[in-house]
Every structure is written in structure tokens, then in C-alpha cells.
Write a protein that binds this ligand. Sequence first.
Ligand SMILES: Nc1ncnc2c1ncn2[C@@H]1O[C@H](COP(=O)(O)OP(=O)(O)OP(=O)(O)O)[C@@H](O)[C@H]1O
Length: 332
Amino acid sequence: MIKIQNLSKIYDNSKRPLVAIDSINLDIDKGDIFGIVGLSGAGKSTLVRCINRIEKPSSGSIIINGVDMAELEGKALRQARYAIGMVFQNFNLFNSKTVYENVAFPLKVKGMDKNTIHQHVMDLLEKVELMDKKDVHPMRLSGGQKQRVGIARALAGNPSVLLCDEATSALDPKTTDQILTLLKRINKELGVTLIVITHEMDVVKSICNKVAILENGCIIESGETVDVFTHQSSEKTRHFINNRPIEGPHSKLAKNSSRLLLTFKGDTADRPVLAGLIQEFSLNVNIRSGSIDSIQETSVGKLIVDIPSTSNNLDEIIQYLMQHGAGVEVIS
Ligand SMILES: Nc1ncnc2c1ncn2[C@@H]1O[C@H](COP(=O)(O)OP(=O)(O)OP(=O)(O)O)[C@@H](O)[C@H]1O
């Protein structure tokens, strides 16, 4: 549905050009909640501005519903933008307008008649559970309520894509959870594709079925969220995600032992893999630490274990664990 191909954005700074987005390729399917995550300066805002065409990309294409946004100008661009709803970190509401008027605004601009606008706005306010606030001005709303107005307004033009730019970064954890639940419901009920730009891994874990990690303008990892969190392929990603359980203070590794990080996801978590290993190899396994997480409703367990090993049997042990569905990483 959305195909980003070889997308680059180079800013012509006075001293030297700055490559903010460097040949990015992304495929986002209809109905995805696609997380784009990166540290400050990674290029997230630039990517958002290219997707909604506030910036013109230096090269490459952004194909949404078969139309290359990168090529459009003028009226055709304004028309194509209706396919994209924007949700902002700082809500971007009109303080002089009521909640109702804020949501109605894009529909008025579109030239809809008053009755249709009224019906549509009331439906949207019901969807975001703000009917009781329809005549209130944004100044009198909490951050979470303001973001609900922002989401209702973004949905007003019936977009096929909702671009959420750090939509929960200004909110406290409880309100963040409520807004994420709302976004997930909207995705499910309306079939709207969500692109979620964030620097918060917890947001990705909570709602995104797919994720891409952006660093220095490049995608350094992408895929199903649960896979990216359980099989990090590069050192950079591992460092970025850093989801190892914390090792205890007295965790010196004994001589002739190896320390392994084991990952169990979904069904594997129910199997007695470690018990089987202990029996099969007559091993004394020392569990150093562990954690359990829920990523996209899949349980992901992590264990750090010390295993007495000779160079001969370590490979066999790893093979046994992997054959039984565990992810294995030798950490020392
Ligand atoms: N208009 C601009 N002109 C020149 N350079 C820019 C411009 N906008 C962004 N940059 C540079 O592009 C790079 C990426 O910036 P960008 O704002 O896209 O990152 P970001 O991941 O959104 O960061 P943050 O999370 O801090 O907002 C940075 O080095 C930034 O200084």
C-alpha cells in the first residue's frame, strides 16, 4: 500500500550538504501499525515531512495507493494529502475554536455541507469518547483529551493512512496507554494504516506489528516487531534495543563456563527446553537473571544462564537449544 523506494533527503547547508535520509526502502501493508523508531537526529521528522510532502525529497519515490507523492505538486498534491491524516506531538489545535470546530475545520475546508459535517463530527467525537467536551476550548482539556481531538481531526478526511509523529511523547504513561489503545482500536475498526514515529521502544512493543529502526538516515533493521526484538542481527540494533535482563551484582563467570542469553518466544516459552538440556547433557546450569515481556501479545522470555562447557560440547549445547526453538547468543 505504501512503498518508499530509494528515498533520500539532502539539506543544502551553507558549509556542506547534510544527508538526513539516505536511500530508504520501506514496504508498509494496508492495516499495518508500522513503527519508525530512532534516536534524536536519526531523521524521523525529515522522513515524516517527506511522506506528507511538506519537504520535497531529493530523490526516490513515496507511493501511496499507487500515487507517487514525490512527483506531485499544486492541486494534485493537495488532493493526495487527504489520504494522510497527521497526529502531532503538540496537538496543533486551534485554541480559539471549540473541540467541535477543530474537528469540523478540515471538512469545512473541503467544502462539505453543514449537515454532513455535523453527522461526521459527531461520529468522530463518539469514536474518541469526547462527546461531553464538544463545546469546550482546548485550553480546558487535559493532554490526553487534546490528543483525542487531534486524532478525531486527523480522521475527519477519511484518510487511509494516519501518520503519528511522537503522538504520545508529551503524555504521562497512563495517558500514553489510553491513546495507544485508542489508536489500536481505530486501526482495527476503520482499517486505517498507522505509521508511528517515535523514540520510545515501549510504544513500538505495545502497538506496532512491524518496525524499522532509523539511524543516521538509514534503516539499520526492519521486520515484524517480535522478530526484531528477539533476533537482533546487528551490534548497533542490539545496543539500541538493549533488552537483556539485568545481571546481578555477583555474576562473575566461572572458569570453563559460558554465559548464554536465551530467548523464548510464544510457544517455546511453554516447553521445558532448559530441563531437557540439563537431562540430555547432565549439566549444572546456573540461572543468572531473567525477564518476561509481552510484545504484540506474544510472550518473550529471556534468561541469562551460565553453562559449564568445553570447546567441544558448547556447539552441541547451542544446537540443542536452537533445535528446540530457543534463540541463543553467547555473551561471554
Ligand atoms: N531544515 C533543515 N535544514 C538543515 N538540516 C536539517 C533540517 N532539518 C533537519 N536537519 C538535520 O537533519 C538531521 C535529521 O534531523 P531530524 O529532525 O529529521 O531528526 P529526528 O530523528 O526527527 O530528531 P528529533 O527526534 O530530535 O526530532 C539532523 O542532523 C538535523 O540537524
